[in-house]
Design a protein around this ligand. Structure first.
Ligand SMILES: Nc1nc2c(c(=O)[nH]1)N[C@H]1C(S)=C(S)[C@@H](COP(=O)(O)OP(=O)(O)OC[C@H]3O[C@@H](n4cnc5c(=O)[nH]c(N)nc54)[C@H](O)[C@@H]3O)O[C@H]1N2
Ligand SMILES: Nc1nc2c(c(=O)[nH]1)N[C@H]1C(S)=C(S)[C@@H](COP(=O)(O)OP(=O)(O)OC[C@H]3O[C@@H](n4cnc5c(=O)[nH]c(N)nc54)[C@H](O)[C@@H]3O)O[C@H]1N2
Ligand code: SF4
Ligand SMILES: [Mo]
Length: 725
């Protein structure tokens, strides 16, 4: 067997589970090593040596010949309103770092001088490190004085975060994922855990099979975990609030409330109980399609558990009722007291490897790092002191969210957009409109490792290094800050994100005539982390030295503190947990004769979002083609069989792809994965937002299905987001 010359431990760049990877290297002169294999150590606290297919085999995108490792400048100047995409290298010219960064600094400063802070906006990156994200939001806040800073968390757990903040004053998972083995009853809802958090799903299986825990699945699709569930509640998409409220109704009516907990730890109970009156199991059945007896049984099982816990995902948050859905779950925990102890809790499973971290680092329009609201004077003063800015210098105005940034791309609105490692042209809803918005911008900078569908709109491309070529930290879904270690030299001329940002910030500072405001010179990424942790006290006790091997779960208030596996033993950050009265509001777009099916979108084990990483990896061979899941009853009616080509259309767009006849979806509901550019699900999705969290309704819109014969494909520009042949 091949013996490695070196093994470098690091953290997986894909999902929020945060598995420990060991990169096996052979020496190689060009890059200081070649990664030929990935394993995981047995004693890793998160994954105990287990990895899913992405962690084990999906790293090879870093060696893809399509990776861009030289700064690029678009040859044809782009005009607002008429921007086009450029994928071919001959539409770009290679540039030196100096030339590319000077151009970016000149253009950004010109636009800022002319149109002010509101014209500037930035997308941070949940794939990049804490240090990268901290610096990018600092560059936009400190130099351009804007809070138009956001990232993909908006499209993800924004609704969970708003609900948790409103009710408990918190934003993260309350307990550690691996604690699931201490649950005796747990609810999994809106989370396809085996495909999207595979290692947490292993813990769930262990809890059931080895420890006798009982599982309740609430999901419109018959996901793999249903096979192990005691109860499966197949609800119609967008009907969470009625199902969760009916469970609360049963818990109250049957006297299963944990009175001591409600009295000691919550507020708003009486009004809440009055609001539950209408949510009878019969009413819930009529709206959600779930048998009333299943709702009653689920309520009893969860309420009478010794240690009950709730795990949830995008089926809760990606709805126009996302915040209300998450509040519905929070209510269940508050009624029963299944929170604040080992093996209980409210656990939104975070998606990207570092979405928790990017949010913690202030890559959001309403908060500085550490969730300090931007419109609270005391917070602004703290960061002004930390960044050597005159009092009153930072903007106190809440910024725009990702979806709002693009919707405001017009004269008088946002003019320049900086995108570090995101792909809105695949991952925002209603892509035909998103394309129109992107085209309105005056200047776009993209900092990525590939030219994805969004980078193709840019004026300048800055080549960043992926995880294996840089140092720093990621924070996983358990609030665990873990090390990311450089294993190989940056390929070509690519540079770590934090280095690019510092180099650019110095140039911007100079042009603005504000030298030496904030610090932009660091020897090591750890110095960036220390600067942040000096203000955000929950990270004070995290040093790189302490997390060499294991990582630490924040809050870690000092260097002697062991970290915090579960939260809220004594109280909530908001003091008492608050109940809210909820209403049933149907999904924004009802089905009708013209568009008779509900489309729900989501993920596959082998692929990642817009596919920029996994489709440049050997994983693409495992799942190379888009499909639409159609229930066998609907397929029979439409005379469709697996493999047939169909055109799926909504009021916003149309794609052509193959049918997969299955019983995984319910009749009337079709499922399309979001990963395939040649049949991009987001050409169909609706851009209606949850009014509180501003998250789009990715999980429900109305579509129709028509047979398409081979050769009768939609024109390429219609069915891809590339907009070109
Ligand atoms: N392989 C892979 N893993 C990933 C990702 C990836 O792209 N690929 N992405 C990562 C990211 S960023 C995230 S956020 C997570 C997401 O992980 P999940 O939350 O598991 O994501 P989805 O695939 O969108 O699936 C959501 C689940 O919600 C269900 N659902 C749909 N509508 C409703 C509804 O109205 N009510 C309820 N209760 N359920 C509903 C769906 O049927 C599905 O089972 O995955 C992470 N892990
Ligand atoms: N229809 C539908 N749409 C959805 C969803 C859905 O369920 N359905 N889910 C939504 C959710 S939950 C999410 S989180 C979003 C995800 O949306 P995005 O974040 O836009 O999607 P990704 O494809 O993960 O984009 C990550 C980019 O970062 C780049 N990258 C990787 N590592 C690095 C690095 O170290 N530095 C830099 N600079 N770049 C790097 C990759 O090449 C890639 O281009 O999609 C949302 N969109
Ligand atoms: S479960 Fe997530 S973190 Fe673990 S190997 Fe798979 S993708 Fe990576
Ligand atoms: Mo996500």
């Amino acid at each position: 067997m091949l013996q490695p010359d070196r093994i470098v431990p690091t953290t997986c760049p894909y999902c929020g589970v945060g598995c420990t990877l060991e990169l096996h290297l052979k020496n190689d002169t060009a890059y200081g090593g070649f990664i030929y294999k990935v394993t995981s150590p047995f004693d890793s606290p998160v994954n105990h040596g287990n990895l899913c297919v992405k962690g084990r085999f999906g790293y090879d995108f870093i060696y893809s010949p399509k990776r861009v490792t030289t700064p690029l400048i678009r040859k044809t100047p782009q005009k607002p309103g008429a921007r086009t995409q450029a994928f071919d290298r001959d539409e770009w010219r290679e540039a030196t770092w100096d030339e590319a960064l000077d151009l970016v600094a000149d253009r950004l400063v010109d636009i800022y001088r002319r149109d002010g802070s509101d014209a500037m906006a930035v997308y941070c990156c949940a794939k990049a490190t804490n240090e990268d994200n901290y610096l990018l939001q600092k560059m936009y806040r400190a130099l351009f004085r804007t809070n138009n800073v956001d990232h993909c968390t908006r499209l993800c757990h924004a609704a969970s975060v708003v609900a948790l903040l409103k009710s408990l004053g918190t934003t993260a998972m309350s307990n550690t994922a691996a604690e699931v083995i201490h649950n005796d009853v747990f609810i999994v809802t809106g989370s396809n855990t085996t495909e999207n958090h595979p290692i947490i799903a292993l813990h769930m299986k262990e809890a059931i099979q080895k420890h006798g825990a009982k599982l309740i699945v609430i999901d419109p699709r018959r996901i793999e975990l249903c096979d192990l569930a005691t109860l499966y509640l197949p609800l119609q998409p967008g009907t969470n609030v009625v199902v969760f409220s009916a469970m609360a109704h049963v818990i109250v009516k049957e006297g299963l409330v944990n009175r001591a907990f409600v009295e000691a730890r919550t507020t708003g109970y009486d009004e809440f109980v009055a609001s539950l009156e209408k949510f009878t199991p019969e009413y819930a059945e009529s709206i959600s399609g779930v048998d009333r007896n299943l709702i009653i049984e689920a309520a009893r099982l969860y309420a009478t558990a010794k240690n009950g816990a709730i795990y949830w995902g995008m089926g809760i948050s990606q709805l126009s009722t996302g915040t209300a859905s998450a509040l519905g779950l929070i209510h269940l925990a508050l009624l029963t007291g299944h929170i604040g102890r080992l093996g209980t809790g409210l656990n939104p499973l975070r998606g990207q490897n570092n979405v928790q971290g990017a949010s913690d680092m202030g890559a959001m329009p309403f908060h500085y790092p550490g969730y300090m609201p931007v419109d609270v004077e005391e917070n602004a003063l703290k960061w002004e002191a930390a960044w050597h800015i005159e009092p009153g210098g930072l903007s106190r105005k809440r910024g725009l969210t990702t979806t709002e940034i693009l919707a405001n791309a017009k004269p008088g609105g946002v003019r320049a957009l900086y995108i570090m490692g995101e792909n809105p042209m695949m991952t925002e809803p209603n892509l035909n409109v998103t394309r129109h918005h992107m085209a309105q911008l005056e200047f776009i900078v993209a900092q990525d490792i590939f030219i994805n569908e969004s980078c193709a709109f840019a004026d300048v491309f800055l080549p960043a290094t992926p995880f294996a070529e840089k140092d720093g930290t990621f924070t996983n879904t358990d609030r665990r800050v873990q090390r990311v270690r450089q294993a190989i030299a940056p390929r070509g001329q690519s540079r770590p994100d934090y280095e690019i940002i510092c180099d650019l910030a110095l140039r911007i500072e100079k042009r603005l005539g504000r030298p030496n405001t904030a610090r932009w010179n660091y020897e090591e990424p750890e110095e960036i982390f220390r600067e942040m942790a000096n203000v955000v006290t929950m990270f004070k006790g995290v040093t790189y030295d302490r997390i060499q091997k294991l990582g630490l779960q924040y809050p870690v208030p000092d260097e002697a503190h062991p970290g915090t596996p579960f939260l809220f033993a004594e109280s909530f950050p908001a003091g008492r947990g608050r109940f809210f009265s909820l209403e049933h509001v149907p999904a924004a777009e009802p089905t009708d004769d013209e568009y008779p099916f509900i489309l729900t979108t989501g993920r596959l084990l082998e692929h990642w979002h817009g596919g920029t990483m996994t489709r440049h990896s050997q994983l693409d061979a495992l799942f190379p083609q888009a499909f639409v899941d159609v229930h066998e009853i609907d397929a029979a009616q439409l005379a469709l069989k697996t493999g047939d080509m169909v055109r799926v259309s909504s009021r916003r767009g149309s794609i052509v792809l193959r049918v997969n006849v299955s019983t995984k979806t319910s009749p009337g509901v079709v499922f399309i994965p979001m990963h395939f550019v040649e049949a991009a699900a987001n050409l169909l999705t609706i851009d209606t937002l949850d009014p509180q969290a501003r998250i789009p309704e990715f999980k429900a819109c109305a579509v129709n299905i028509q047979v398409a014969r081979e050769g009768e494909f939609a024109p390429v520009e219609e069915m891809t987001v590339r907009g070109r042949k």
